[in-house]
Design a protein around this ligand. Sequence first.
Ligand SMILES: NC(=O)NC(NC(N)=O)C(=O)[O-]
Ligand SMILES: [Zn+2]
Ligand SMILES: [Zn+2]
Length: 449
Amino acid sequence: MTYDLLIKNGSVVLRDEVTKLDLAIKEGRIVALGEAIDGEAQQVIDAEGKTVFPGMIDIHVHFDDPGRTQWEGFETGSAMLAAGGCTAFFDMPLNGIPSTVTKQAFEDKVALGEEKSCIDFALWGGLVPDHLDDLQDLFDCGAIGFKAFLSPSGNAEFKSVDDLSLLAGMRKIAELGGILALHSESAPIVTFLQQEKLNQGRTGFDDYAESRPPLAEVEAVSRALLFAELTGCALHFVHISTVRAVQRIQAAKKAGLNVTLETCPHYLLYNHDDFKKLGVVGKCAPPLRSEAERIGLTNQLLQGQIDLISSDHSPCEWKDKDKENLFEAWGGISGGQFSLLSAIEIALDHEISLTKVAEWTARHPAERFGLSARKGSIGIGKDADLAIVDLNQSERVTRERLLQRNAFSLYEGRIFPAKVLTTINRGTVVYSEGKINSSARGRWISAKA
Ligand SMILES: NC(=O)NC(NC(N)=O)C(=O)[O-]
Ligand SMILES: [Zn+2]
Ligand SMILES: [Zn+2]
């Protein structure tokens, strides 16, 4: 047989082991996996000494397209992810204009993504108070899940849910058999503490962090879990940042609730002191936490209590970040290019198997969102979505290396202990040696497919 692509001699990250194998690819799929594959191929990549991961599926990014492409957009956003070893992403329903809360907005966004994204993608639909009647349509369109905010989103166009609309939304999503992703910080706690700080004229780094304490996350998570028990709605908690919230979610899972959680690299690699040192590039919600919390969360990840890692890449222009008053600066980390490298750094630091990296970044995301027949792992018949990584080279993050629209990042200056060399989406080389293949096009992934 003549293959389209043959990847030889790489250390391949499988489900339970990392082993030296050749990979043969035809028509976008892996068709053979073995110790020495013979045969013609249109293209051969020698991956001797390199590690082949399943491409990361980043289930949480904000690409702001259409409407705020000065912040990001599908083109730069997907290129940035591809440079980081991602082969698929799920775009959040807010920060673009309009928000993805209607059938029309959803369909328009699918068309834009197919035109501009260089890797595969799925779309979240929004659960907001004035669009409860659109949930059915969004589900029918193929939304990968729904997203709601329990506290103000920082974006006037995307309203947070009050308890009544949350319950009604959960009831409907349970009936549809969908998944609801929640930004879980308590609106009353955050609003109350923020007002206290503003009344005192206190707007610095400590003040911002103190206005969103761990308890705000714990309260919101606890309430949502009780609502899920009441309604039977499946939940996914995004960007969880505290040990106590992980414990509550795990307890609910043990009790039989259909619930998962993610954390993000910034909560695992940075703390509140880094926020003060590095400045407003580290502003996010929930905020970067204490060192004790960071260590605790990392231990929970290593113990298998955190299902997956996402970037929560939420960019903006520098002028939106550049504020003296920390409450006025845009909340969001621009770091989507470095999630896979962050996960690799954590695995190497703690001397655990690289199979764990693949579990956090690819297999669990695919399993949770029903994509594992085609994506999330390396095996015969699967889409050839791959990241070839060199563990013998480091990656120093400089502005010139950033492919996102606005070149500033919390990760600037960091040295990762590995480097992404090549990213392959359904058999097509999308990124190699610092360059994007500008003719590569991703496909929209419908939840219904
Ligand atoms: N409007 C946002 O994009 N917010 C995001 N901002 C963060 N995390 O700081 C988020 O995911 O909540
Ligand atoms: Zn959020
Ligand atoms: Zn987000």
